[in-house]
Design a protein around this ligand. Structure first.
Ligand code: ADP
Ligand code: MG
Length: 804
């Protein structure tokens, strides 16, 4: 994402520095000017909204430390790079998983690269620089050396360049012409013409289809890797060497056709993810000084007012300031339910506005919107590798050298003993083709990317192939209660004072203490106080007591709000009141001081409409379900019975939730699904952590492996099914690819194969494996349309249907 923008045009090195303490756009300009004046700095861009300085410089003249020094000298703070930034590039012309390996090998040799990973399926190269800075040109040069062309990845917001129609691609045209020459060669051969006459079209066909293959093979050789391009080239040249022109050209033609077809299919997968990027609008209509101006989304500041016309996509996350409308959530969450919005409603970037014109006050900068987060996560997801893929890589790393070694022996040692060079060399060449791990290498990544893309369109975000594999193996699901099974919007049903205070006083004290708490119960209490027009008095020394409540100082007295744990001494009357409320499924919050209890506030949190069905669907999938909650046992049991979870563990403190997960995991790998800060440790401990994306806290989303963007539990069984299908697909792919190799090894020694059959089998298998994986994209893909928001009669016409 924004890291990509750091790579300054034409400069050797770019870096991005987080600058703190800038409080006006002017400071940004000052820093910019000052940095720009440093010798060796080619350009400096300081973004006030994001608080970043992006500097391009010549590394031999100046370094990052000197640049940071200058920023500090100007009186601003410099934050250390939060994590090693990842730089992304698009690589064109890769047509095999093997090429990806060649590029990686070349990049890892650069001193400035800490790690590099190429995802063949998405065409993405991710480079982690060794010291937070990157030499863009060095990366581009290294990729070019491996025989491919890389470009800096398109930043979000900008439309991805539209590719040529497939039939106009140069490679496709060359392959097509070469294939015709190849057929002509066979025709000449059939007609009984002399060998020279057929050799000419065969040679031309080989050159036409084979030159990119040979070039890639040459680069692989220089990187000391026996990749498939190298193997195919050697096989073809070898065949020509023993006078088999027809076989030699068949190898290259069939291989080239296979690659072309495979490329076209894999492109489909790449599109699935690009579609997500296209959701982010590039520009926003901002109201500045009473005038409407169009600005790039990245320049919309927090707090600015953005005008969203009917039919437009919302450009930033924010809160409605004026107007009413219905917003289609489908773009992110996968559900196409128009949701009514009015002033104070939250709206999210990427979603489509219905028929009302609304003014939105931006609450997040463009780089921090939910949508930007998802896209970033999906991109990182592509770079991570699942264990299944590691297995395939290890297998190929052993298999290919062994078979190539066997081929060498066959071509040299065996004829020495038994003679008949031509026959054994031919068998050796067939072995070289059989040594290609083509179908095997492609079996996993395409399936995983297809599944990640497919899931993200349904509002399920997998943070990588490993998450899919783990979810497929899960045997139990543990649920957090508040905010996960329930909607997380508890409302106050009773306020019961004890002692001197009135109802209103109990409520307003609680609201004052809870004012800054993000806990759902706190929000419910604050809402109730607001509705009754009670103003919250200022408090100090607020202290969050996770899993128990909060305390703060109000009018010089400590006030406690929370569960029983905070009030060890309770009268019989209070016990009975609590028990009565809790039997009805209400959560009771006690309000008081260390000296005693002043009152009880009872809240009820409605279940999420999808909870029951989701739990039932998980049972149908053979999963064990457990509810883990910090809430009171009686409340937990009532809710548990209502949604149908099999086991319940209540009154857990956050670290006890974590231990409960470890217990459940002992028998069966477990997925934990939760939303709160207190769930994060459990999410990280579980085999798979699943967070609620919209209602969930950032901590939970960070800790999780899977995020349900729409907070829709109904997507959970869908995700499990998709994960299982993906792993079944991958296992099928790997099995079939290895089986075909085995059969051909035997056939080669039995002497019943030839080169073109071996290539055909290899490429055919690769194609089948790719097509098999692509089926995952289609899994239950119901068409969703932007116009799902029905026009309201008499409303103003759509101003700018954003072309979608
Ligand atoms: P859950 O596991 O259901 O998400 P928590 O662990 O967050 O619940 O909280 C457990 C219990 O602690 C709640 O049921 C409530 O009684 C009390 N509690 C926690 N935080 C607060 C708060 N901010 N205000 C009032 N009560 C709280
Ligand atoms: Mg919770």
């Amino acid at each position: 994402m924004s890291e990509t923008a750091t790579i300054g045009t034409g400069a050797d090195v770019g870096c991005r520095i987080d600058v703190s303490g800038m409080d006006c756009g002017d400071c940004a300009k000052t820093i910019e000017a000052s940095l720009g004046a440093l010798p060796g700095v080619r350009s400096a861009t300081v973004n006030f909204v994001r608080g970043t300085a992006e500097v391009a410089y010549a590394p031999e003249r100046i370094g990052r430390p000197a640049i940071e020094e200058r920023i500090k000298a100007l009186g601003y703070g410099v934050a250390p790079p939060p994590m090693p930034a990842i730089w992304t590039f698009d690589v064109a012309g890769m047509d095999c998983g093997d090429c990806a390996k060649t590029i990686e090998a070349g990049l890892r040799r650069l001193p400035e690269v800490a790690s590099a990973s190429v995802n063949f399926a998405s065409g993405r190269l991710s480079v982690t620089p060794a010291d937070g800075t990157i030499a863009r040109d060095a990366v581009l040069a290294a990729v070019a050396q491996a025989g491919y062309a890389a470009t800096v990845a398109t930043p979000h917001g900008a439309a991805p360049p539209s590719p040529l129609p497939w039939w106009q691609a140069r490679r496709v045209l060359e392959t097509g012409v070469a294939a015709m020459l190849w057929l002509a060669g066979f025709a000449v051969e059939r007609a009984g013409a002399p060998r020279v006459a057929s050799a000419a079209p065969f040679l031309l066909a080989m050159l036409g289809a084979g030159h990119p293959i040979a070039r890639a093979g040459w680069y692989a050789l220089r990187a000391r890797r026996a990749d498939m391009n190298l193997l195919m080239t050697v096989a073809a040249v070898g065949a020509v060497g023993i006078g088999r022109w027809d076989e030699g050209s068949s190898v290259l033609i069939l291989f080239a056709i296979g690659l072309t077809l495979q490329n076209l299919t894999v492109d489909r997968t790449r599109q699935a993810i690009k579609a997500l990027v296209a959701l982010a609008p590039a520009e926003a209509l901002v109201v500045r000084d009473g005038r409407e101006v169009v600005v790039p989304v990245a320049e919309v500041g927090i707090g600015e007012t953005v005008l969203v016309r009917a039919g437009d996509r919302v450009p930033v996350d924010g809160v409605v300031a004026r107007g009413v409308s219905a917003i289609d959530q489908s773009s992110i969450t996968g559900e196409s339910v128009p949701v009514e919005v009015a002033p104070e409603s939250a709206v999210f970037a990427g979603r489509i506005n219905g028929d009302g014109v609304i003014e939105v006050r931006a609450t997040e900068a463009a780089g921090d919107t939910t949508l930007a987060r998802i896209i970033h996560l999906v991109e990182e997801a592509q770079a991570s590798r699942a264990p299944a893929q590691a297995f395939v890589d290890r297998f190929a790393a052993v298999y290919t050298p062994i078979v190539v070694g066997g081929a060498l022996l066959l071509a040299t040692a065996v004829p020495l003993l038994v003679g008949d060079y031509r026959l054994w060399i031919f068998k050796a060449l067939v072995l070289l083709v059989v040594a290609c791990p083509c179908a095997l290498v492609i079996s996993t990544p395409v399936a995983l990317v297809a599944a990640i893309g497919s899931a993200s369109r349904r509002g399920v975000l997998f943070k990588g192939g490993a998450a899919i594999e783990a979810l497929a193996g899960v045997r139990a699901v543990a649920f957090d209660n508040t905010g996960t099974l329930t909607a997380g919007r508890p409302s106050v049903s009773h306020v019961i004072p004890f002692g001197a205070l009135t109802e209103a006083e109990v409520l307003s004290r609680a609201a004052a203490v809870e004012a800054r708490s993000t806990h759902p119960l706190a929000r419910g209490i604050a809402r109730a106080a607001g509705e009754r027009g009670l103003a919250a008095a200022p408090v100090t020394d607020e202290l969050n007591l996770p899993g128990q409540g909060v305390q703060a100082v109000l009018d010089e007295a400590t006030v406690l709000v929370g569960s029983r744990r905070l009030f060890p001494v309770r009268s019989k009357l209070i016990e009975e009141t609590l028990a009565g409320l809790e039997r009805e499924g209400r959560t009771a919050v006690l309000v008081g001081t260390p000296e005693g209890i002043d009152g009880i506030i009872a809240l009820a949190d409605p279940l999420r409409p999808s909870s029951r069905d989701a739990v039932a669907a998980l049972h149908a999938l053979g999963l064990r379900t457990v509810m883990l909650t910090g809430d009171n046992r009686a409340v937990a049991e009532r809710i548990g019975r209502e949604v149908g979870v099999a086991e319940i563990a209540a009154e857990l403190l956050p670290e006890e939730k974590m231990r409960a997960i470890t217990d459940v995991q002992r028998g069966s790998p477990t997925a934990m699904i939760g939303d709160g800060v207190n769930d994060a440790p459990a999410l990280a401990t579980a085999a798979v952590g699943i967070a609620m994306g919209a209602g969930g806290t950032d901590v939970a989303i960070e800790a999780a492996d899977v995020v349900l963007m729409g907070d829709d539990l109904a997507q959970l069984p869908v995700a499990v099914r998709l994960a299982r299908r993906t792993m079944a697909t991958i296992r099928g792919n790997i099995g079939a690819a290895i089986a075909v190799k085995g059969v051909f090894l035997i056939l080669t020694f039995a002497g019943v194969t030839n080169l073109w059959l071996a290539v055909l089998a290899d490429m055919g298998m690769s194609l089948l494996v790719t097509l098999n994986s692509l089926r995952l994209i289609r899994l239950r893909a119901e068409p969703r349309r932007a116009s799902a928001v029905a026009p309201i009669a008499g409303s103003r016409p759509l101003l700018g249907s954003a072309g979608d």
